[in-house]
Design a protein around this ligand. Structure first.
Ligand code: HEM
Length: 460
């Protein structure tokens, strides 16, 4: 299928579309060099940093080519190095006639929820996208946020000193938002056990080797999850708890008498609403706290905003949360430099042409968000952390994909920003915390965020 980005001027003399270049021996030698730098400690923080550093080299070498083909042993993947191509792919609804979610992503997510929106396409995607939007209210403040606020405040009351603590707090927040549960009030069906089961399966979705080794033994866990979700759904249809996503979901389905197949697909939308709290949201929250504690001047500005908007013991109202613009900008900027969702995969079955280059049919496409939304440098300059770019009138950042752009942009964005701002406001209102390490104190920050260093010590 041909798209409007076609440019006749970039056709070859023979009148055929150009192809994308492939990595060659020079690139493989460079990869060895990047690995050597990583092993000698000069790159820092694992395979993610190696991948980013190497792909930055590719982006420099093949600048202007749009993408470069990685010939891996069993699969060919097009690595997108150009934002224009990225925007082109992202803006189209997932379809067999344009771009599908990537085959590797479909395989991974199908392990937990084969009919999840994030791997759906064509008619199924349109149907479940509308359902997800009706429940999550993207692009607008969530209608239940006033009901959520006191529950969220309570969830963040307990002290937090690590990523594990933040994950626990956000799991409590998730149970409150999705099921209207507060600890002690949840039905035995929808308790922390269900959250734990979903989180463990979701962790395996993101880890191919562990999924390969442990996946075959997760059948019972999967059955337990869907049995509990099914019972929670049925119980809530007769007595729908007010102010939660489950209640919204009941209003969003056109009929109370769902066919069994539709109910199964509906229940498969729920895990995504759950694991994102303990997954990407915890990482974004933890990374933001670390970057704020590492920058005392900015932290003081954020605290001043909190004081001015919420007073000493707030936040008390959803309107106050809405006015915490600098706090939100810090979350956005952290996510631009250190995106918790590190990559996105697409697949074209039919092929495409973009800016005069032909994407062959049956191509898997990789977009590394840490490559596309930062300048090409071997480390991040601390001075690059500029939350001001997100404040009103500053124009934001045209190339941030923290929540993805285009047709499949995250429908939970506004809801989770509300949750995270409330959490941060409560955390930062407490007595001071400090970082027990100096990784972010210098002028240069690592390419990948060292999540094991998300630890905060109370100031003595
Ligand atoms: C900080 C937390 C979050 C981040 C960084 C985030 C980011 C993203 C990104 C990057 C995608 C696109 C993934 C891809 O296609 O490869 C996505 C999709 C999605 N997100 Fe989020 N998300 C977050 C929280 C949430 C929450 C809390 C919910 C629901 C309650 C949610 C629901 C979804 C859904 C349903 C999709 C699939 C959309 C579609 O394919 O049409 N997300 N999110």
């Amino acid at each position: 299928m041909l798209h409007d980005f076609q440019s006749v001027s970039t056709m070859s003399v023979a009148g055929e579309w150009k192809t994308f270049p492939s990595v060659d021996v020079t690139d493989v030698v460079r990869l060895a060099g990047v690995i050597r730098r990583a092993l000698s400690g000069r790159l820092g923080f694992g395979p993610g940093a190696v991948l980013i550093a190497w792909s930055q080299g590719l982006a420099e070498r093949y600048a202007g080519e749009g993408g470069v083909v990685l010939n891996l042993l069993v699969i060919r993947i097009l690595l997108v190095i150009d934002r224009d191509l990225s925007v082109h792919i992202l803006r189209q609804p997932p379809s067999t006639s344009t771009y599908l979610p990537g085959a590797l992503k479909r395989q991974a997510m199908a392990f937990l929820a084969p009919q999840a929106l994030t791997i759906a396409h064509d008619q199924e995607w349109i149907q479940w996208r509308a359902f997800n939007e009706a429940v999550l209210s993207p692009g607008a403040p969530h209608p239940d946020r006033a009901v959520f606020l006191p529950r969220l405040r309570a969830a963040f009351e307990a002290p937090c000193h690590s990523l594990v603590d933040l994950r626990q707090r956000l799991t409590v927040a998730m149970l409150a938002v999705v099921f209207a549960g507060v600890p002690g009030s949840l039905s035995p069906l929808v308790d922390a056990g269900l959250a734990n089961d979903v989180q463990r399966m979701a962790d395996l979705v993101g880890q191919p080797l562990r999924r390969f080794l442990l996946g075959p033994f997760q059948g019972r866990r999967r059955q337990r999850i869907y049995r509990a979700l099914g019972e929670a759904w049925r119980a809530s249809s007769s007595h729908s708890p007010a102010g939660c996503l489950l209640a919204r979901a009941h209003s969003a389905v056109p009929t109370a008498d769902l066919a069994a197949a539709d109910l199964e697909a509906l229940l498969q939308q729920l895990p995504h609403w759950m694991f994102t709290f303990g997954g990407s949201a915890s990482l974004l929250l933890g990374r933001t706290v670390v970057l704020l504690l590492a920058q005392p001047v900015l932290l003081a500005q954020v605290r001043a905003e909190l004081n001015a908007v919420c007073g000493t013991n707030g936040p008390f109202t959803e309107d106050q949360i809405g006015r915490l613009k600098l706090l939100e900008a810090c979350l956005q900027e952290t996510g631009r430099l250190y995106p918790p969702v590190a990559l996105t995969l697409h697949h074209t079955m039919v092929g495409d042409v973009h800016a005069g280059r032909r994407l062959p049919a049956d191509t898997e496409i990789l977009q590394l968000l840490g490559l596309l939304q930062r300048p090409l440098r071997p480390s991040i300059e601390a001075s690059e952390f500029q939350p001001q770019r997100w404040l009103e009138g500053a124009g934001g950042c045209p190339f941030s994909n923290l929540f993805l752009s285009g047709a499949r942009a995250c429908p939970g964005k506004d809801l989770i920003l509300f949750v995270l701002k409330t959490g941060l406001a409560v955390l930062l209102a407490r007595p001071q915390l400090a970082l027990p390490h100096a990784v972010f104190n210098g002028p240069q920050w690592p390419l990948c965020f060292p999540d094991r260093l998300i630890r905060f010590a109370p100031v003595s």
